[in-house]
Design a protein around this ligand. Structure first.
Ligand SMILES: [Fe+2]
Length: 302
């Protein structure tokens, strides 16, 4: 890992979150913003310059766009950032092994007055990321990232996050506290005020919340979450629901075996692979290079 320094790792382990300013390279940021300009007409422009009119249809809550709001996206950069080696490496470091599953990648777009413009209560995210409960054992840790593609000032509804040091209790339940119920979580919150291209990483045991816009402005973010692959009770989505989309076929045909495995696709050498499944998968995804899967079978036989 290069972009996550040891100090970031230490901060995460002590506080349950870390902010990495300018995580993306200028090329990655510009590429992603170009993808977003196509996917969400007018939004990058508006977020950069709120004196412009708000994008068409902004108030409906249904973002008017030309592309999907979740992985796989139109354009290469948002897909590549979803499976960014640095995001994978940090999540792997946290859980102590490299058997990862990318359980989430979707865009978050909002502006003042939008249905997403809310003064959220302090909460942990595990309500819709696990069927069970997130223990303090790193082997079960999910790592959530929020990447910001437009500048976040105090006016731009910064995410607020509270360090583990302010709630030392072992059991994180309730997973939601109002300001009246637990004022110290709010009094000790840190606002993630960062330039575009920055990142917040946080755990399922970390209290945080969305704050409201204080001025006419907008922001675009991307939620990306990694989980240990082994446990069926973890994860916010099933990728099969997306696999029917043409964008998915395009992505999976061009991905590496390692990238496919991050979405739960059977890895080379898995017992799933037989002459029948090789033929069936190749029929479904004609441009997929089946060589690594075939070779693994041949190596097993040898
Ligand atoms: Fe949340």
């Amino acid at each position: 890992m290069k972009r996550f320094q040891q100090s970031h790792v230490d901060h995460y382990r002590d506080h349950g979150f870390v902010i990495v300013e300018n995580f993306l390279t200028p090329e990655e940021l510009e590429g992603a913003r170009a993808d977003l300009t196509d996917t969400l007409p007018g939004w990058i422009e508006y977020c950069d310059d709120p004196s412009l009119p708000k994008p068409e249809g902004w108030e409906s809550g249904r973002i008017q766009g030309r592309g999907p709001m979740q992985f796989p996206y139109t354009g290469l950069f948002l897909n590549d950032i979803t499976l960014h080696p640095e995001l994978r490496a940090f999540a792997a470091e946290m859980m102590g092994h490299n058997d990862l599953y990318c359980e989430q990648s979707h865009l978050s777009v909002k502006c003042k007055g939008h249905p997403g413009d809310r003064d959220q209560g302090m909460h942990c995210d595990f309500g819709n990321h696990t069927l069970a409960y997130p223990p303090n054992d790193p082997a079960y840790w999910q790592t959530a990232y929020l990447l910001y593609y437009t500048d976040v000032s105090a006016d731009h509804a910064p995410t607020a996050v509270c360090s583990w040091t302010h709630y030392p209790e072992k059991i994180r339940w309730p997973a939601h506290y109002s300001r009246e119920d637990r004022t110290e979580l709010y009094d000790n919150e840190i606002n993630v005020v960062v330039p575009a291209g920055s990142l917040l990483a946080y755990s399922m045991r970390t209290f945080h919340r969305g704050t409201p816009f204080r001025a006419d402005a907008g922001r675009i973010g991307q939620f990306i979450t990694y989980a240990p692959a082994a446990w069926k009770w973890l994860g916010i989505v099933g990728w099969s629901a997306q696999a029917i989309r043409p964008e998915f076929r395009q992505w999976i045909e061009g991905a590496s075996p390692e990238e496919r495995t991050l979405l739960g696709f059977p890895s080379p050498g898995h017992e799933y692979w037989t002459p029948e499944t090789l033929e069936g998968v190749a029929a479904r995804y004609p441009a997929m290079d089946m060589t690594p899967y075939k070779r693994a079978i041949a190596n097993k036989k040898a």
